[in-house]
Design a protein around this ligand. Sequence first.
Ligand SMILES: [Fe+2]
Length: 249
Amino acid sequence: MKYAIIADVHGNLEALQAVLAAAKQEKPDRLIHLGDLVGYGASPVECVDVVRQIKAKGICGNHERYITGVSSLDLVSREDKRATIEYARDRMRPDQLLDLKSLPLQLATEDGLLFVHGSPRNEDEYLLTWEAFQENIQYLRMTMPDVHVCFFGHTHVPALATATKVEMKFEEKPDVAVIQLADSKTYLVNPGSVGQPRDRCAKAAWALYDSTEDVVEFRRTAYDIAGAQRRMEQAGFDAKIISRLGTGQ
Ligand SMILES: [Fe+2]
């Protein structure tokens, strides 16, 4: 089974379309999104529609919980960020809000995969430190021993972790990084963010996973960044949120 996995699209239609075009060439059997389809970007309505059209299965991110009222917007302290969430909330159609509200917090497959937004133990956790990775690997082994690979998002930084190694930098940032997994290990894998990368690479990030070969491919796809930024300017978003798309941070 071949999976295309996308995370943190964040209302960036230009990035989403470029990634889906690239993913289509790989003929995946399933397309999964890891939440945060909305927020930050200027095309939340369009992104939610596109993901529904292609029948991608997905999970709920914190931004979906904000715009559907499941989590309070008071939790978002940054004014510039909150403005983009309110923009998405105010434009989303009732049928879209219902769809987003029904997204699960986790999704498990019959072939040993788990999909979450933050971490296996907490949907709001940012998996960035060695300790956090190790505690979550242990958590998976104790509570969900059948899980071989858990895909997560939320940090917008591509990562691959086991009980003995955490890789996050992918220094040279190639457009394709192919990594053979080992059957006996438990993995935590972040494909990176489609619409709001934060690892100092502006290209859209996503991943392919072949469960038969047990291979993960980290992918980077160029897209029309200036076009996405123009749309954000028209929406009246804060300059800092717009400019960071160009540097991937
Ligand atoms: Fe996010």
